[in-house]
Design a protein. Structure first.
Length: 341
């Protein structure tokens, strides 16, 4: 797994746009749940289940540059999202896109403290105080809203975009029995969604001279890519087809699916990079690519085996049939057993 991820980073399939030239990468963190047999409820307890249930949470961080996973980890379903993300020096000069499951001011402070950048939607119950206003209302009226809540200002915007600086408070970890309060100034942008007839509000530490209000909203929309990745894993690489109670086999199935994804993305990058000098513009979407990859994967396997000087002969195929075709419930009575053997 580690080797596969490192190989993806060595030969990236993408590059950031000119607007993002100062950043090294865009990272997206999220997780998906795989439902397991109820007997594994103690090993992989579910979240808010009305009955006994089990589930494993697959936490994934994807890299826009590598066009694939950067980190993968397994947790029980009831593990809080925020506990699946650890911030360190690796975040320097990189943008992290997180959803509300990871919303925590301490996390944003750690990202900024390590030289990184973040973009997040703001929680509905969060209504920070305004420190300054860059755009959205007339300059002569801006002083009226300094020190007031964001909700008071959005009522006056009449559909206009807002770009402001707000103050959010948080508590550091307790030290020697004491827990101090801190304040952090972040950029807040708001864009009006005509379809939903409401504002979408984001917070970030990316400066306005780098990305404007609409750029921030569009950048956050790139989070949809990780949802497509989970869809690809489940529909193309059988991530959620786990019918066993054996924990080791469960983990093996999950890692096999992830490794299949890495092989697919590696080949995708290779094909895409080989056509850089093509005369006409080309594009390979992930879901269509996954279908083509899986439909031709046996041919790829034959080529790999041939390259490794491994021959597939009839005896090999017969051993596969004999081992894989066995009924695991051999002691279970069949209604035909008394008539036909």
């Amino acid at each position: 797994m580690i080797h596969g991820i490192e190989e993806l980073e060595k030969e990236p399939g993408r590059k950031l746009s000119e607007k993002l030239r100062k950043f090294k990468d865009i990272l997206i963190q999220d997780s998906t749940i795989i439902r397991l047999h109820d007997s594994l409820a103690n090993t992989f307890p579910a979240t808010r289940a009305r009955k006994i249930a089990a589930g494993v949470k697959v936490g994934v961080m994807i890299s826009a540059i590598a066009n694939g996973p950067k980190t993968v980890a397994l947790y029980s379903e009831n593990t809080a999202e925020i506990k699946t993300l650890r911030i360190g020096p690796w975040i320097k000069d990189r943008i992290l896109l997180v959803d509300l499951g990871f919303y925590k001011t301490q996390l944003f402070a750690r990202v900024e403290g390590n030289g990184g950048y973040f973009v997040s939607r703001i929680r509905k119950n969060m209504d920070p105080f305004i420190v300054s206003i860059e755009s959205g209302i007339l300059e002569k009226k801006r002083e009226e809203f300094i020190g007031k809540r964001v909700s008071e200002l959005t009522k006056q915007l009449s559909g206009k975009d807002l770009d402001a600086v707000v103050k959010i408070a948080f508590k550091r970890r307790a030290y020697k029995g004491k827990q101090r309060k801190y304040e952090m100034h972040v950029r807040l942008v708001a864009t009006y969604n005509c379809t939903e007839e409401k504002y979408h509000i984001y917070i970030t530490n990316i400066q306005k001279d780098v990305l404007d209000v609409n750029d921030i909203a569009k950048l956050y929309g790139a989070r949809w890519e990780i949802e497509l990745l989970f869809k690809e894993l489940k529909s193309g690489y059988a991530l959620d087809e786990i019918d066993t109670k054996n924990v080791q086999i469960i983990k093996a199935f999950i890692w096999t699916s992830i490794l299949t994804l890495i092989v697919s993305r590696r080949l995708h990058n290779f094909v895409k990079n080989s056509l850089v000098d093509a005369e006409k513009k080309v594009r390979y979407t992930q879901l269509l690519w996954s279908k083509i990859f899986t439909s031709n994967v046996l041919d790829l396997l034959k080529l790999l085996l041939k390259n490794c000087e491994v021959k597939r002969v009839s005896e090999t195929l017969m051993r596969v049939y004999i081992s894989q075709g066995l009924d695991p419930h051999v002691n279970k009575k069949r209604f035909r057993a008394q008539w036909v053997e």
